[in-house]
Design a protein around this ligand. Structure first.
Ligand SMILES: Nc1nc2c(ncn2[C@@H]2O[C@H](COP(=O)(O)OP(=O)(O)OP(=O)(O)O)[C@@H](O)[C@H]2O)c(=O)[nH]1
Length: 376
């Protein structure tokens, strides 16, 4: 299973897994029904005299086989699509099972099938066993399918209970065993599914952690490195506006030197908190790019809007500083702001450099200011 195969919404994982399992387990199942019928028909006492009904039943099982093969899982992984596929596939399973149940009943009633009766009865047992062990993902549906396989035959045997008592009891016994076995396979299937889901959740948690800066809880450089080129490529493909704000705390070294590293850490956390309060849209990606340098990737945001928000952040920081342990620490930051320009920026790297140059200029011109990335 690769990441690209997994459904994008984790809550659909169980349905998606069920579709895959049902598909794999049912794909070739139909062929055995067709084979079992052909053997039962060809080994009966007068196969040639039942050509019409023989061919009709063969056509039915061949059609079921074809429909199962052609019923491919949906490309979309939305819950509705997956559930619809499962429901439709179960109709095919029901139809095949009921078809075989009726054939078995016919074979038990019609004396021309005496030589091949054992084939049909053994096939019923084999199909129901396969059903209990392979389709346990849906317990109730599986019980219904097993009953479709069994009940028509058992009904006939009941009417012939004088002569068929031994077979009737044996089949009824085996049916009860199958129902118990189905219960167990269903539990095992669910347990395996839960374990698989836990593993995926765990992997996602580790992945999220590896992309999160542990001090500020913002996205880290790794997150930036994967997100930034992807967003730029998206804008290049589909248009739209992508803005980037780079923020660098001024003279942060002094804070460390004056108040200690631990207060420095608290400042970085408070700075990130302030960013979260200003850049509030869900689509804004807030990142700590390293040390005391931060970034905000703003999707669908024109340059002017990004500049206004960034300037609001800078002014607020300059006027209020940061409150650390009840004490106000004065603090300023320098900012570079730019929007992706398809004519000017060939790729993510050149876009970043343009905004980084603006940040450098903000520092060089005296700090505590915002500089727009040049379009020259
Ligand atoms: N407390 C703390 N300090 C950090 C962390 N990461 C980087 N620093 C410090 O940030 C300071 C960055 O110093 P400089 O690169 O000289 O920059 P600056 O003092 O902010 O000066 P300008 O950026 O030029 O205004 C260094 O003293 C680093 O030790 C961190 O996680 N915690």
């Amino acid at each position: 299973m690769t990441d690209s195969e997994l459904p994008s919404q984790p809550q659909n994982f169980a349905l998606w897994r069920e579709v895959q399992d049902t598909r794999v387990r049912t794909r070739l199942g139909g062929i055995y029904y067709l084979l079992a019928w052909l053997l039962t028909w060809l080994f009966c006492s007068v196969p040639a005299s039942m050509l019409g009904s023989g061919l009709l039943a063969s056509a039915f099982f061949a059609l079921m086989l074809a429909l199962r093969l052609l019923h491919r899982p949906p490309a979309q992984t939305s819950g509705g699509c997956l559930q619809l596929w499962i429901d439709r596939h179960w109709y095919l399973i029901y139809l095949t099972a009921l078809g075989w149940g009726l054939v078995h009943a016919w074979v038990l009633v019609d004396t021309r099938f005496e030589p091949s009766r054992l084939i049909a009865t053994l096939s019923t047992i084999a199909f129901s066993t396969a059903m209990a062990f392979n389709f346990a993902m849906r317990k109730v549906r599986c019980v219904v399918a097993i009953l479709f396989l069994y009940l028509p035959g058992l009904g006939v045997l009941l009417t012939q209970r004088e002569e068929q008592q031994a077979l009737l009891i044996t089949l009824a016994f085996y049916l009860s065993y199958l129902l118990l076995a189905l219960n167990r396979s269903h539990r095992e299937y669910r347990n395996t599914l839960t374990m698989e889901q836990q593993l995926i959740d765990q992997r996602e948690r580790y992945d999220r952690l590896s992309r999160t800066d542990s001090l500020t809880q913002l996205g880290n450089r790794l997150q930036f490195n994967s997100l930034f080129p992807a967003l730029v490529a998206n804008v290049q493909r589909q248009g739209g506006q992508l803005s980037l704000v780079l923020l660098d705390i001024d003279f942060f070294k002094r804070i460390n030197d004056e108040y200690g590293h631990s207060t420095g850490d608290q400042c970085l956390y408070a700075f990130a908190e302030r960013m979260r309060n200003v850049f509030r849209r869900d689509s804004d990606a807030l990142l700590r790019l390293g040390g005391e340098e931060f970034g905000v990737l703003m999707m669908n945001t024109p340059l002017e809007q990004a500049r206004e928000l960034a300037e609001e952040f800078r002014r607020d920081l300059t006027s209020r500083g940061l409150e650390i342990q009840g004490q106000i620490l004065p603090m300023t930051a320098s900012l570079g702001v730019g929007s992706f320009d398809a004519r000017r920026d060939g790729n993510a790297e050149t876009f970043f450099k343009r905004v980084d140059d603006a940040l450098y200029l903000a520092k060089a011109e005296g700090r505590d200011r915002l500089v727009l990335a040049s379009l020259d």
